[in-house]
Design a binder for this molecule. Structure first.
Ligand SMILES: CC(C)(COP(=O)(O)OP(=O)(O)OC[C@H]1O[C@@H](n2cnc3c(N)ncnc32)[C@H](O)[C@@H]1OP(=O)(O)O)[C@@H](O)C(=O)NCCC(=O)NCCS
Length: 147
């Protein structure tokens, strides 16, 4: 039987809950080695869902969620911008084109509502993934943290 991938919009919190194990799998491994658990992952994804302008997509392979991308449309002086907050694919299925396909659908869907800019923070180890999808590094920008 051939595998069937579906990418669809996240429209409810039940979908968010099934994305949480994939977030944990992706971010608790290289290169991040985070320590997400179901409570913290669901809290983060629910927070994103509840934030104004939420948009999210999830990829399923044979009815199992294997990847997702979530963020929010935010106002800026240049117009509206999609702020991509989390993007993750199950470790065992990474580098098989799932992330790229999710980003293509994301770009199409935000374009439909007139949004042509997407912005995100990521690690150096991930830059190539986004540059291959048409993103460019913002010269001179640095992410900072206090505390
Ligand atoms: C980053 C991530 C979402 C990419 O998803 P993916 O499904 O593995 O990516 P794809 O298979 O669609 O890759 C598309 C291209 O980017 C490349 N690529 C994918 N992940 C990469 C990485 N971490 N570093 C460099 N290149 C990468 C692929 O090799 C492929 O290149 P090609 O077109 O020359 O073959 C996924 O690896 C992941 O979940 N990583 C852990 C969590 C994470 O870092 N999320 C992003 C934080 S903002």
């Amino acid at each position: 039987m051939s595998s069937k991938m579906i990418i669809e919009r996240i429209v409810n919190k039940e979908s968010i809950a099934v994305c949480a194990p994939v977030l944990i799998d992706a971010y608790n491994n290289e290169p991040w080695n985070d320590r997400w658990d179901m409570v913290t992952a669901i809290a983060l994804l629910n927070y994103s869902f509840d934030t104004p302008g939420f948009m999210g997509w999830m990829a399923s392979l044979n009815n199992k969620v294997v990847g997702a991308c979530v963020g929010n449309i935010e106002p800026y002086y240049t117009g509206q911008v999609f702020f991509l907050k989390q993007m993750f694919v199950s470790v065992g299925l990474q580098k098989s084109g799932i992330g790229r396909q999710i980003l293509e659908i994301m770009k199409d869907d935000i374009a439909v509502i007139g949004v042509t800019t997407a912005i995100l923070f990521t690690g150096k180890a991930i830059l190539d993934f986004y540059t291959k999808a048409g993103f460019i590094e913002m010269e001179g920008m640095r992410m900072m943290i206090y505390g």
